[in-house]
Ligand binder design. Structure first.
Ligand SMILES: Cc1cc2nc3c(=O)[nH]c(=O)nc-3n(C[C@H](O)[C@H](O)[C@H](O)COP(=O)(O)O)c2cc1C
Length: 269
């Protein structure tokens, strides 16, 4: 079994070195990564299946944390990281979560249950954190303005959604004449915004588990109100999925993978 090479730790922002530009200003440069292995990636992607039965084998905590660290490296909107992952390990809470997942086999047999949460209430704090975490010196004005002015304007919906509504009207009017970013203009659209980035992180998590020899099943068959109560989630948190994870049992997959003809989904225009 592959184990994480090093204990999980926060990734640092310092990867490359500053290089000179024409104007004499230093510009960040990150070297092109060493050769990657497409076959290894393909093996991970192709062997991932939704597993409905797991063995009793636990997932070592360092492996699970390494997979979660990889989840947190997912691309995300404006680097606002609108996600949270809850490892539900307290026996009583886990039991309640299995029940809230309607006692599905995947949930019942999972070594680990991870609740994937999308947050629409953290973007202001995380915008400030982007400025605090800015590597190496002065934050460029463009970046500062983006996080202090544009982000609050783009994502705030105002009391009773009035600001969102107004932004929608103005944007649609100006949008007749030039390209405009169309939203989010309501709480529902803001939720979609958070769920997009969070789901990418969830996929990273499932692929990382596979890469370490473990398996997963994403589940939306659960009682969201009950799970939110169990975790005491704040308003502005929604749950795109619960991920069951563990070691695949021999009878863990119910049927061969079915995908339709790519011509139905892939278009060249
Ligand atoms: C958002 C989402 C919700 C899902 N919910 C459930 C679920 O509640 N229970 C379950 O057994 N599988 C669930 N699945 C797994 C899908 O059924 C599965 O991904 C699909 O049938 C394709 O199979 P594969 O993942 O093995 O390729 C879910 C998948 C996604 C992406």
């Amino acid at each position: 079994m592959t184990r994480p090479a090093t204990p999980h730790k926060r990734a640092t922002a310092k990867k490359g070195a500053a290089k000179g530009t024409k104007s004499g200003k230093a510009r960040y440069h990150e070297p092109t990564p060493a050769k990657t292995d497409p076959q290894a990636f393909e093996q991970v992607v192709r062997s991932r299946r939704s597993v409905r039965r797991f063995t009793n084998a636990p997932i070592p905590s360092d492996v699970l944390d390494a997979c979660l660290d990889l989840a947190l490296l997912a691309p995300n909107s404006s680097n606002l990281q609108p996600w949270a992952f809850y490892k539900v390990q307290t026996p009583k809470k886990k039991q309640a979560l299995v029940r809230a997942c309607l006692n599905q086999n995947a949930a019942r047999t999972a070594a680990e249950l991870i609740v994937v949460v999308a947050r629409t209430d953290t973007y202001l704090e995380n915008a400030k954190d982007n400025l605090r975490a800015w590597p190496d010196g002065e934050v460029p004005k463009l970046v500062r303005d983006y996080y202090t002015k544009l982000v609050p304007l783009m994502y705030s919906q105002g009391p009773l959604g009035a600001l969102g509504l107004a932004k929608g009207v103005v944007t649609n009017a100006i949008g007749q004449f030039r390209p405009m970013i169309r939203g989010p203009f309501s709480a529902a659209e803001l939720k979609v915004w958070a769920v997009k980035s969070t789901s990418l992180a969830a996929e990273n998590l499932m692929l990382a588990l596979r890469a370490y020899g473990y398996d997963s099943c994403p589940m939306e068959g659960f009682d969201e109100a009950r799970v939110a109560r169990l975790l005491r989630l704040p308003r502005g948190a929604s749950i795109p999925m619960v991920i069951a994870a563990g070691m695949r049992a021999d009878d863990g997959i119910y049927h061969p993978q079915i995908r339709f003809d790519r011509a139905r989904f892939v278009f060249t225009v």
